[in-house]
Design a protein around this ligand. Structure first.
Ligand code: SAH
Length: 250
């Protein structure tokens, strides 16, 4: 059942940005786009510049102490946040930031289960530090690299949340076996043709033995995780039966 059919309030993303035209952008397509059209979630992009100062609706200024680039003003951002979300709005207030805690599937799951999020997108060199404390913004990073603005990071976060909303994904179970959900990367997938350029689908997958298929998939998940992301798995025990550490719950 979708949220719409259960009469639950839709999951609501309010995005504060200097580029509201970037939303819903790619999220207006495919699964998230259909869910948006159905009313399972709401995408509300608010232009920070509406709260800009003076004739030019200025939003940024030179960094105190000097240096390159510009900084988003705390008074302008705070006015934009206050206009977009009442003080008693239960949604978490996030600031996309390379300095934030890296986004995890556990955090995505928690956000997705809640009422939505108010998401502030930085630009230029970033935002005045005081608004982070003054409006209790939680900094969230999408990875250890620097983007030109928070919008693409916000799209990543919203996409990850929306696909977990009830009724958004075709089959409920397709969310479960996936990479990260059990601190393991996913096993390989195959479909037709059975033989392609001399590469065959592994026999076990076409043999019909569901127990054997499940064991093969577990073993492949384990092998791929050990090869690519040993950090997701605890240290090797002498017997080689390392316990799988749960991804940190946030
Ligand atoms: N001077 C900053 C980078 C600013 S990039 C620094 O060195 O830390 C401009 C904006 O892009 C940031 O304010 C933030 O909103 C967004 N951004 C850049 N990289 C990001 C990342 N990895 N995760 C989330 N947001 C990011």
């Amino acid at each position: 059942m979708t949220r719409a059919t259960t009469n639950a309030a839709p999951w609501r993303a309010t995005i504060l940005t200097l580029h509201p035209g970037m939303f819903p952008g790619p999220l207006g397509h495919a699964l998230s786009g259909s869910a948006l059209a159905r009313g399972d979630w709401v995408c509300e992009a608010r232009d920070i510049r509406e709260h800009g100062l003076g004739r030019h609706r200025s939003v940024d200024d030179n960094p105190a102490g000097g240096g390159a680039g510009m900084v988003l003003r705390c008074d302008v951002l705070a006015a934009a946040i206050d206009a977009a979300a009442a003080a008693d709005d239960p949604r978490p207030r996030l600031l996309m930031s390379p300095r934030g805690r890296p986004l995890t599937q556990a955090r995505v799951r928690a956000l997705s289960a809640g009422p939505g999020a108010v998401i502030v997108c930085g630009r230029f060199e970033g935002v005045d530090e005081r608004v982070i404390a003054g409006r209790a913004l939680e900094e969230v990073s999408v990875g250890d690299y620097v983007l030109s603005g928070g919008e693409v990071a916000a799209l990543v976060l919203i996409d990850a949340c929306v696909r977990l909303l009830p009724g958004v994904m075709g089959r409920a179970e397709s969310g479960d076996a996936e990479s990260f959900e059990g601190a393991r990367l996913e096993y390989p997938h195959y479909t037709r043709p059975r033989d392609w350029e001399g590469r065959a689908i592994p026999d076990v997958l076409t043999g019909g033995d569901h127990g054997a298929i499940a064991r093969w998939r577990r073993a492949e998940s384990e092998r791929i995780t050990r090869e690519r992301r040993p950090d997701l798995i605890g240290p090797e025990s002498p017997e080689g039966t390392a316990p799988i550490r749960e991804i940190e719950r946030r």
